[in-house]
Design a protein around this ligand. Structure first.
Ligand SMILES: [Zn+2]
Length: 140
């Protein structure tokens, strides 16, 4: 497939302008519609509007920007952002489920988890104390 260069577009534009020559409003509108179709540039998929090369989907670094933005939106409860992350292959359904489990924890849930961790530590410490007491008793 021959890649259409800027020069080709310029030539086509000149040709169209010549063919449609004339300055009445109707012709100008027609000309602009045709030119608009002719050189519709490929733009960065992040939505920033930057024109990118025919083989690129994003301007440099903008895939990361979009990913971060989608994750933030997902964390805020936007299901469509989650669907887009999966569609683009950036996250799996399982990734997002795990993320939700952590990310949307309320302060109360976080405290509850921390209490459980500290309690488990305390239980282990008590078991050790009991074991040491038994050792000491055995030596008496
Ligand atoms: Zn962009």
């Amino acid at each position: 497939m021959a890649r259409r260069t800027r020069t080709d577009v310029d030539e086509q534009r000149d040709q169209i302008i010549e063919e449609l020559g004339g300055e009445d409003a109707e012709t100008t509108a027609e000309r602009e519609a045709i030119l608009g179709e002719l050189e519709e540039p490929k733009r960065c998929e992040c939505g920033c509007g930057t024109v990118v090369g025919k083989r690129s989907r994003f301007a440099v670094g903008h895939d990361m920007k979009l990913k971060a933005r989608l994750l933030t939106r997902y964390d805020e409860g936007d299901a469509e952002a989650g669907a887009e992350l999966i569609r683009r292959g950036w996250r799996t359904e399982a990734d997002l489920t795990a993320r939700s489990a952590n990310g949307t924890a309320t302060e109360e849930q976080k405290r509850e988890r921390q209490r459980a961790r500290v309690q488990a530590k305390l239980d282990r410490a008590r078991e050790q104390v009991t074991a040491l007491d038994q050792q000491l008793a055995a030596l008496a």
